[in-house]
Ligand binder design. Structure first.
Ligand code: AMP
Ligand code: FE
Ligand code: FE
Ligand code: ZN
Length: 288
């Protein structure tokens, strides 16, 4: 094998499974990744490592590399901040303890959301949401799907807009880790913390985002998610520029959720995304 083929191939470093709000099980994700010829994949479920742990529990494949992954929701006063973690130790006890706390807060919030929907006159039961969740952690997309099935909303997106979005009539906030806590938890477990999809942050302009990146880097951030289906060339070059300027590694992924986000496909996003394996090698070098 020559050097070129050794280092070629495509990857997807942002995939959700049934352990959170994706619709494919970890095993199905591995099968799909092999079918489409990916060289590496990371299951990055919201606030849980169960999907990653299951994927890494299967016999290793010579063609597909699996990286441990997670996507943590961090507390910010406006907008949405998600911190991705890669290559951490799945058996790290402080990480497991912290995630347990976050998961309990999420479960309590879900119950309150259902109560708010009931108060709005919508006949919805918690058990219906459990049934649709596939046994993993429940998130707002599951609640949205039940609202669609009941004919209360015409689509998942409309269910978010009408009820579930931040400040919507059925929105309930919950305890989240501070950005620095999420970053440090991943680093201490031997992993690489990466800022996910920076455009969901409520930053005004490039300067504002740069200031935030500098603060996060001081807290231990090692990378930025640069390649993403919703990012056009201009936005992607902006993130590449900022990552280079501040010595942050670049990552990429589709944020594949399966049926919950049907326009986005694993590995290729909306069709034209290609994320090179070389990024994985740089990610490994960024590990502490
Ligand atoms: P939660 O983690 O339970 O607070 O739910 C957040 C998840 O909802 C995110 O991961 C998104 O994937 C999903 N989400 C947010 N807004 C929308 C939307 N408008 N349509 C579909 N999914 C959404
Ligand atoms: Fe999600
Ligand atoms: Fe996210
Ligand atoms: Zn995601």
């Amino acid at each position: 094998m020559d050097m070129a083929s050794e280092h070629s191939g495509w990857v997807d470093l942002h995939v959700h499974s049934t352990a959170s709000d994706g619709s494919l099980s970890p095993l199905k994700i591995i099968e799909r990744a092999k079918e489409i010829g990916l060289r590496a994949v990371a299951i990055t479920d919201h606030d849980t490592i169960e999907g990653s742990a299951e994927a890494l529990g299967y016999p290793p494949s010579p063609s597909l590399e699996i990286l441990s992954g997670i996507e943590i929701s961090a507390h910010v006063s406006s907008g949405t901040m998600h911190i991705l973690g890669y290559l951490f130790r799945l058996d790290d006890l402080p990480l497991r303890r912290t995630l347990k706390r976050v998961q309990e807060a999420r479960a309590n919030r879900n119950i309150k959301i259902v109560e708010k929907l009931q108060d709005l006159g919508i006949p919805i039961q918690y058990e219906e949401i459990e049934a649709i969740s596939g046994g993993g952690q429940i998130g707002r997309p599951h609640i949205a799907q039940v609202l669609v099935h009941k004919g209360v909303a015409p689509s998942v997106d409309k269910a978010f807009k009408r009820f579930l979005k931040k400040d919507g009539p059925a929105y309930v906030s919950r305890y989240r880790l501070l950005p620095s806590e999420a970053i440090q938890m991943i680093s201490r477990a031997g992993g690489v913390p990466v800022l996910a999809h920076p455009f969901t942050l409520d930053t005004k302009d490039e300067r504002d985002l740069e200031d935030l990146l500098v603060d996060l880097k001081e807290a231990g951030l090692k990378g930025v998610e640069v390649y993403y289906p919703e990012s056009d060339t201009e936005r992607t070059s902006q993130y590449e520029r900022l990552a280079r300027r501040h010595g942050l590694v670049m990552t990429g992924g589709t944020d594949f959720h399966g049926a919950a986000k049907p326009r986005v496909q694993m590995g290729i996003g909306r069709g034209d995304l290609r994320i090179p394996y070389g990024l994985v090698e740089k990610l490994k070098k960024a590990r502490v």
